[in-house]
Design a protein. Structure first.
Length: 275
């Protein structure tokens, strides 16, 4: 009889998780052991099928939402309930933490995953583009009236509300060592400058997610604010729900590596099947 068990990941699972990471097909290298232990381990669970690691889920508990970052299943274990078991386990964690909603990103052509998430009560909210480019290929373009700098930690919630990000996303990124780059617009009627752009920049990746501006024409100014924190020339950005900004980057030579659909769903009480 087939035995499917979901458990918390261990440090010893790094090799299995790194191999499964490649199934996400993001064209990124799998996490090394140091990053796995420092960033992923706490939020990762693995599924064992007959004692063999068959998949993993990496999920982040934010202030009021659960964010599923990765769900990967080994090719030999597909269509055996592994992804659903992992997703439901993540939802249980979110409920226990008091989250009201769950969200995730999925490739538009991943039809089995989309069918699963729809069946679990999620619906598409917007589309994103994962874009990669050379910084030197996109010249700086200073904008009058806006200033690039670092976002004060006390304004994380304000920025999250401004860009409709789940509460706690920026604070969580800050705790993981991301550089919180902000684009600010001084206004006479305000004691503090208005936040018109924000990027969670990861110099070690390198790239930014999220990368948000109030107007797509401010994208070049926010990119300029990120430049001083870049240690290499090639960057990757996730452009969420902003077709004009993505089109501008593409016109400047950025490569669209793949698209993502962002799905969101409410976290009500677990139904009888989930229990």
């Amino acid at each position: 009889m087939t035995s499917l068990v979901v458990r918390d990941a261990r440090e010893a699972d790094h090799e299995a998780v790194a191999a499964l990471f490649l199934e996400l097909e993001t064209r990124e290298p799998p996490p090394g052991r140091e990053r796995y232990v420092a960033e992923l381990l706490r939020g990762t669970q693995v599924a064992e099928l007959d004692g063999r690691v068959a998949g993993y889920v990496y999920a982040e508990v934010l202030a009021d939402a659960g964010y599923v970052r990765h769900v990967a299943t080994a090719p030999w274990a597909r269509r055996r309930g592994v992804a659903r078991a992992l997703f439901r386990s993540a939802k249980r964690r979110f409920r226990e933490a008091g989250c009201a909603s769950v969200r995730l990103n999925v490739k538009p052509d991943n039809h089995p995953a989309i069918a699963l998430y729809r069946d679990e009560g999620l619906a598409p909210a917007y589309r994103s583009r994962v874009m990669r480019f050379s910084l030197t290929a996109i010249p700086g373009n200073p904008r009058e009236g806006v200033v690039g700098g670092l976002l004060d930690a006390g304004r994380d919630a304000e920025a999250e509300d401004r860009f409709k990000l789940p509460r706690g996303q920026l604070t969580s990124a800050r705790e993981r060592g991301r550089v919180m780059v902000a684009l600010l617009r001084p206004e006479p009627a305000r004691a503090t400058p208005a936040i018109v752009g924000v990027a969670c920049f990861d110099p070690s990746f390198p790239g930014a997610f999220p990368f948000r501006v109030t107007e797509s024409t401010l994208g070049s100014a926010l990119l300029d604010a990120c430049r001083m924190h870049a240690t290499v020339d090639e960057l990757q950005l996730v452009i969420e729900d902003d077709e004009a900004l993505g089109d501008w980057l593409a016109a400047e030579g950025a490569e669209t590596r793949f698209d993502l659909d962002h799905f969101v769903g409410a976290l009500g009480p677990a139904d009888a099947v989930e229990r």
